[in-house]
Ligand binder design. Structure first.
Ligand code: FAD
Length: 393
């Protein structure tokens, strides 16, 4: 038996023994709605069940919430091939993700590349075990697409900064424990005057105010900083060099958003909901649309996997993440249009059993934000034009 085969059978046995039965019913409510039964971890997180908590503890203790991170930073230390096997085995038993978080998805990769050993030791294991939940303090009222115009000011006070300003659209700021935040440390240089700092959301002077989304959920916040003290030990990288870190993190955010375009089992959903005649859906047009969508989605997943493999092998995802984000957004919107079509009028129920308390409508509405969050589609198209197609700016 090869090492990888042995790893697969050990992994399978461990998952059989340790993944609670109630955690084996697939992704459950849509990842895109940002609510539902997803485990986000953190000090304020209310577990939906004892099994959800147990599943996080078990996966976190092995570092399998972040399988490829080094073990000294709380990761699983797995090779790329082993991590792939773990994913396959998780998918095989339809395991729900043990943890989804901005720490795993965005901050972790940036800290692994730019953080000091002490910063990695302090923050990464807590991300891996779901103990600390992070939010992203990038956008400001006048700095979204033109992010480098940000004005939140960090004044140098020797061993610490005093931070003043406002962020907006800070997803889950009111649920988060810590924030990774872009601040201006030099007012005279747009790109080389930005620093990347980390601080506790319970620091004196931090406040948040929720904003409601079209889906009825309210994960968004305005976030205010009023004379917040931030130790310089929480500066990542060099002062005034935060833009490079910010951009690197964005490539991870954009690739992560593109993952939302992963294919759902539309086929089985349609069969279950509408039934078949002679083994086929009666509505030929719908059958055609679902087939077309599944082919597009499968091609997209292969492209995404190739890009991620190349990135893990040392390549730089860079502007390619804009292509994934742009197309992933469209695929995800198309998938939800079809889910609505399959569910007919049930899809527009705001509450009630057929739509799982409005989850179908809420998830469909939530996909509208995919072309805005993490950088708008127009801006991704500009990046593709300039950096990939080499067209004039
Ligand atoms: C669901 C969701 C979650 C979010 N979560 C967070 C978060 O957690 N933290 C955070 O910091 N931010 C977050 N954001 C903010 C998001 O990153 C910004 O909304 C986004 O970058 C766009 O910025 P803006 O809203 O200021 O729009 P603007 O930049 O004002 O853009 C308005 C319009 O102008 C267009 N436009 C702007 N510049 C150009 C250009 N150069 N060429 C062509 N068209 C252009 C845009 O495409 C858009 O259509 C979130 C947004 C959403 C929708």
């Amino acid at each position: 038996m090869s090492d990888l085969e042995a790893f697969r059978s050990e992994t399978r046995a461990w998952l059989e023994e340790n993944c609670p039965a109630t955690m084996r019913s697939g992704v459950g409510e849509s990842l895109t709605s940002g609510e539902g039964d997803i485990c986000w971890g953190g000090r304020k997180f209310q577990f939906k069940s004892e099994d959800q908590k147990l599943w996080l503890e078990r996966m976190g203790s092995r570092g399998w919430t972040v399988p490829t991170w080094p073990t000294e930073y709380g990761g699983g230390g797995l090779s790329k091939d082993e991590a792939k096997i773990l994913q396959e085995e998780l998918r095989r038993i339809k395991a729900k993700p043990a943890l989804v978080s901005f720490g795993i998805w965005m901050l972790g990769p940036a800290l692994l590349k730019f953080g000091t050993h002490e910063q990695k030791l302090e923050h990464l294991p807590k991300i891996a075990r779901g103990e600390i939940r992070w939010c992203q303090g990038y956008s400001e009222p006048n700095a979204g697409s033109d992010l480098a115009s940000l004005a939140t000011k960090a004044e140098d006070k020797g061993d610490h900064y005093i931070v003043n300003g406002q962020k907006v659209w800070t997803s889950y700021a009111d649920q988060a424990d810590w924030i990774f935040c872009l601040v201006r440390t030099n007012p005279d240089d747009k790109h080389n005057g930005i620093s990347f700092v980390l601080f506790d959301m319970e620091s004196e002077g931090v406040s948040t105010k929720p904003i409601q989304l079209i889906s009825g959920y309210s994960p968004f916040c305005e976030t205010f900083f009023d004379n917040v003290t931030v130790s310089k030990t929480n500066l990542v990288g060099e002062e005034n060099k935060g833009w490079t870190i910010a951009k690197y993190l964005l490539t991870h955010e954009r690739t992560g958003i593109s993952d939302m375009g992963m294919p759902a089992p539309l086929n089985s959903l349609a069969v279950e909901k509408l039934g078949t005649i002679d083994g086929e859906l009666e509505d030929k047009m719908l059958r055609h649309q679902i087939a077309e969508h599944e082919i597009d989605a499968a091609s997209f997943v292969f492209t995404m996997e190739r890009a991620k493999d190349e990135a893990k092998a040392g390549g730089d995802m860079g502007a390619f993440s804009s292509m994934l984000k742009g197309y992933g957004t469209e695929i995800n919107k198309a998938r939800h249009e079809l889910i609505v079509k399959v569910n007919g009028s049930d899809a527009f129920e705001w509450e009630g059993q057929f739509s799982n308390n409005g989850e179908i409508a809420r998830s469909w509405l939530r996909t509208k934000a995919n072309s805005i969050e993490g950088g708008t589609t127009e801006v991704q198209l500009n990046i593709i034009a300039k950096r990939i197609l080499d067209l004039p700016a």
